[in-house]
Design a protein around this ligand. Structure first.
Ligand SMILES: *[C@@H]1O[C@H](CO)[C@@H](O)[C@H](O)[C@H]1NC(C)=O
Ligand SMILES: *[C@@H]1O[C@H](CO)[C@@H](O)[C@H](O)[C@H]1NC(C)=O
Ligand SMILES: *[C@@H]1O[C@H](CO)[C@@H](O)[C@H](O)[C@H]1NC(C)=O
Ligand SMILES: *[C@@H]1O[C@H](CO)[C@@H](O)[C@H](O)[C@H]1NC(C)=O
Ligand SMILES: *[C@@H]1O[C@H](CO)[C@@H](O)[C@H](O)[C@H]1NC(C)=O
Ligand SMILES: *[C@@H]1O[C@H](CO)[C@@H](O)[C@H](O)[C@H]1NC(C)=O
Ligand SMILES: *[C@@H]1O[C@H](CO)[C@@H](O)[C@H](O)[C@H]1NC(C)=O
Length: 288
């Protein structure tokens, strides 16, 4: 009950912006808008500061160890609630699941965890910063893949899931590793919201989210494509944050909206819309 209150608060804020976008339509668009891929990952702006360092125990270059083809690699499904928070004196508990994939080499006995998450925490991927010296809303919303040695068995199994879902060969693992590097170079921005026309299952999806669970799905799909047979005994529930709206309309990019005096009112409305979010305790806690 109480967590619904908090969610509605966030949804209400965002609904306004999408509703505004909608009133100014000028071209037909395909839904959902395909996730935009880039040629390479840009350097992070020094304004963005991480509360926790990204991937502290991973290889600094993001390298993934090479496996011999004769090796048998076990694949694990990992899931756990990541955070919960309290909003004011209304006790709200909101469980967001975090998903990852685990690997364990039969030949070396070494195991590994692979996950995809925000460089600057969830709050920064959900709302932009309104900065006095920068006119357009400013985002610190990169997300990336992290591959590191070890599986924290206790962490995943105690309040979540640690389940073996199959075995792959060393070659399948190496091919997957190469795909992960490419995916990591080209898919660089975290997208929190799934935006749909309505709650019913038939709803049109305007925008898909791009987050840790999407990465896990892509990885399973890639492994299946490489010939791996994976299966889970239990149903997996994924956390999604939905936003419902009428059909959105594309109004222009940053330079168009924030660079043209003719669109000053729209630019000011967008800044005003995001301003209260900056000072909201909810958003601050989204990252903790
Ligand atoms: C978000 O980005 C700001 C600015 O870089 C930073 O101060 C903050 O620690 C980041 N994380 C959260 C949770 O807000
Ligand atoms: C993905 O990109 C991030 C950011 O550049 C980097 O820190 C990380 O090591 C990369 N991960 C992999 C598995 O390549
Ligand atoms: C990971 O390796 C450690 C040490 O070898 C082992 O105790 C643990 O059970 C392994 N975890 C998995 C999921 O294989
Ligand atoms: C599991 O949940 C309990 C109760 O919320 C908590 O005390 C414990 O630290 C959690 N365990 C892990 C490994 O996160
Ligand atoms: C979804 O679409 C199907 C087929 O068009 C229809 O039979 C069904 O009633 C729809 N369900 C809802 C909840 O609108
Ligand atoms: C997933 O959600 C369904 C419906 O809410 C629930 O019945 C089921 O127990 C959940 N499964 C897990 C593993 O949490
Ligand atoms: C922004 O949009 C304008 C006009 O639609 C276009 O000319 C420009 O190349 C775009 N800029 C970027 C960075 O995409």
């Amino acid at each position: 009950m109480t967590h619904t209150v908090v969610l509605c608060f966030i949804l209400f804020l965002c609904f306004n912006v999408v509703a505004q976008l909608r009133n100014n339509g000028h071209r037909r668009q395909e839904w959902p808008v395909p996730y935009r891929r880039f040629d390479r990952r840009p350097d992070v702006d020094s304004y963005c500061e991480a509360l926790y360092p990204f991937c502290p125990t991973g290889d600094p270059e993001g390298r993934i160890p090479y496996m011999r083809d004769s090796d048998v690699i076990s694949v694990y499904r990992l899931q756990t609630p990541v955070w919960e928070f309290k909003y004011g004196d209304v006790l709200g508990k909101l469980h967001i699941m975090h998903d990852a994939v685990g690997f364990s080499s039969a030949e070396t006995g070494t195991n590994y965890t692979m996950e995809w998450y925000e460089l600057f925490q969830l709050g920064n991927c959900t709302f932009p910063h309104i900065r006095p010296e920068v006119y357009a809303p400013f985002w610190c919303n990169q997300g990336a893949a992290c591959f590191f040695e070890g599986i924290d068995d206790l962490h995943w199994s105690q309040n979540g899931t640690l389940e073996k879902v199959g075995e792959i060969t060393g070659t399948q693992f190496n091919d997957m590793a190469q795909w992960v590097q490419e995916d990591n170079q080209t898919g660089i921005y975290y997208e929190t919201w799934t935006v749909r026309s309505e709650p019913s299952p038939n709803a049109t999806v305007w925008f898909e989210s791009y987050d840790c669970s999407q990465f896990v799905h892509r990885t399973y799909r890639k492994l299946a494509e490489l010939g791996a047979k994976l299966s889970s005994r239990t149903q997996t529930n994924y956390t999604k944050i939905y936003l419902y709206s009428g059909e959105p309309t594309y109004l222009g990019n940053d330079s168009a909206i924030f660079g043209q005096p003719a669109l000053k009112n729209l630019a000011m409305d967008i800044r005003k819309f995001y301003h209260p979010v900056q000072t909201s305790p909810v958003v601050h806690r989204l990252g903790s």
